[in-house]
Every structure is written in C-alpha cells, then in structure tokens.
Design a protein around this ligand. Structure first.
Ligand code: SD4
Length: 291
C-alpha cells in the first residue's frame, strides 16, 4: 500500500506528482519533497514559499520541516529569508547528526554553503496584500494575523517507509523572528514508520500547546484508527483550551497510519485536504467542524 495526505486544496498538484513516484515504488522522502516544492514554487499560494505573505516588516520569513519515519531523523528551518525551497533545506538538515533545526541567518548561511537557490520570495502581489492589510487594520481594526495556511503532509511508500513535512510563511503580519508550530517536531508534524504520522495547520501558538501531531501518533500507536485519533486529539484539545482560556485558535490536523488508512479533524468551518492512495486517485475533500 502507498498513500499520501496533505492539508489544503493547494496541495493537489503536488500530490499528483508524488503519486506518480509512489506508484512506481519511489521513496517517501523524494515524493513528499517534490510535492511540497510544487506548492512552494507556485506564486499564487499566499501562505507557502514564493508569494507567501510577509511579516509586519514586509519580509517573507519561512518555516519548514522534514521527518523520516524510519530513522526518526528531523530537519527544520525557521524564519529563513530569500531561499526558494525551504523544504529541501530542511530535508538536507535531517541528514546531519546535529544542528538539525536552524533559524534565521544561521539557516541562510547553511543553505548558502550547501548551494541552495537564493530567491527574493516577496512578490508584487504579496506587497499589495500587505499594503491593503495595513489599510484594513487601520480602518476596521481587524486582526492582523488572519489569512495563513500551512502545507503539511504525511506519506507512505510501497517499502513501508513514512515521512512527514511542512512548509509555510506562517502568520501574515507576524513579528520578525516569530516561529510557529510547523518546524517544531511533535507540534506541526511527526511520523514513525512503525505507527503513522500527522501534520497540522492553524494557529501555531495553540497547536504547540497541545503537541497535536505527536498526540495523534501516540493515539494511533494504541491501535486507534487515524480518523478517531484526529477527532479525539483536536476536539479534546479545542475543548480544553476553551475551558481554560475561553477560546481556541484554528486547528486542523491530518493523519495516516502505516496501513494507508487516514483521518482528519478540524475546529474550523471548512477545511480542505487532499488524499491519494494506491486505491484512490488524488482527491480534494472538505471537512467541517463537527462540534
Ligand atoms: C503557523 N501553523 O505558523 C502555521 C500557520 C498555519 O493555517 O498553518 N495557518 O502558526
């Protein structure tokens, strides 16, 4: 069995490319990297890679991570500027023995030394969004942070290897140096080929409070189906936050186990995601908050 699941409709074209690799017995690491790069390279997705929305200083700072479920190796970059494909830098870092999570100028220095492509990631379109948002914030006192999505994926190949990966520009208008859940192991992503994996999108500050990706893998380890694991983790933590703090941020999680069974749960109105398996071609679904 092979399979791949991803957050948001924007992952469709990448998942189609990954499916071609997985079908032919390709590696889950290669498949997931290619799928995420496809999203990073597309200029009209406002929350990942090129064209991602900037921070409050009008700089595009990107977060990304890669995890190998066989070795449990992790690589991640956070608040990295001016490099085209943060996911590939994260994957390269996963092969290092130490220094696996690099931030800001340290991540850029590493990427430069390793020969990764430099690119100004701020597009004209993103600049227009930035200036419009400044006006909206002044006029309507709306929240600066709305308008953000992460591409997160879990992948299983025909050899039984699993991977997980994320890539995002994080919260629109975030503070310079702000890091979300996406490059943080156990929060934005986690995978263990002996069990399965999970990945998150939503308000990183809240996802991190519950270490939700790890929580879902932990539940699956007890034999719980990915769908039930996602619902249990998301619904219980949403309730927990509401009871303790009166509110919970957006949280949507996807998961797949090592049999290719998958699950998803969200606390928002409409959450789109993409799935492809050996028995199902790449399909976009929309799920709703069931509470
Ligand atoms: C973050 N979780 O940086 C990301 C953003 C996101 O839907 O996924 N938004 O907090």
């Amino acid at each position: 069995m092979w399979g791949i699941i991803a957050t948001w409709r924007m992952a469709l074209e990448g998942i189609e490319k990954a499916s071609e690799i997985l079908k032919k017995s390709g590696d889950a690491g290669d498949a997931i990297e290619i799928a995420i790069r496809e999203v990073e390279d597309f200029p009209y997705y406002k929350s990942v890679g090129y064209g991602g929305l900037p921070n409050e200083d009008m700089e595009v700072e990107l977060d990304a991570a890669f995890m190998d479920g066989d070795t449990l190796d992790i690589g991640a970059v956070a608040a990295i500027k001016d490099f085209a494909n943060p996911i590939s830098i994260a994957r390269r870092l996963s092969k290092e023995k130490v220094n696996n999570l690099l931030v800001g100028s340290g991540a850029e220095k590493y990427a430069h030394k390793e020969g990764f492509e430099r690119k100004n990631m701020l597009t004209k379109r993103a600049k227009i969004h930035y200036y419009n948002r400044i006006d909206e914030i002044k006029e309507q006192q709306i929240k600066p942070y709305s308008g953000h999505d992460t591409v997160g994926m879990v992948c299983l190949d025909l050899h039984g290897k699993m991977t997980s990966a994320t890539s995002t520009s994080g919260l629109f208008m975030k503070k310079a140096g702000r890091v979300g859940d996406s490059p943080i192991s156990g929060s934005g992503f986690y995978v263990d080929s002996k069990v399965g994996g999970a990945s998150a999108t939503g308000l990183g500050e809240d996802v991190m409070k519950g270490c939700l990706a790890y929580e879902i893998v932990r539940l699956m380890k007890d034999g719980i189906h990915p769908q039930e694991a996602c619902e249990t983790a998301v619904n219980m933590f949403d309730l927990e936050l509401k009871q303790r703090r009166g509110q919970a941020g957006d949280m949507s999680l996807i998961a797949m186990n090592n049999k290719g069974q998958w699950g998803v749960a969200t606390n928002i109105e409409n959450f789109s995601f993409v799935v492809a398996t050996a028995t199902e071609k790449a399909t976009v679904y929309i799920t709703k908050n069931i509470n």
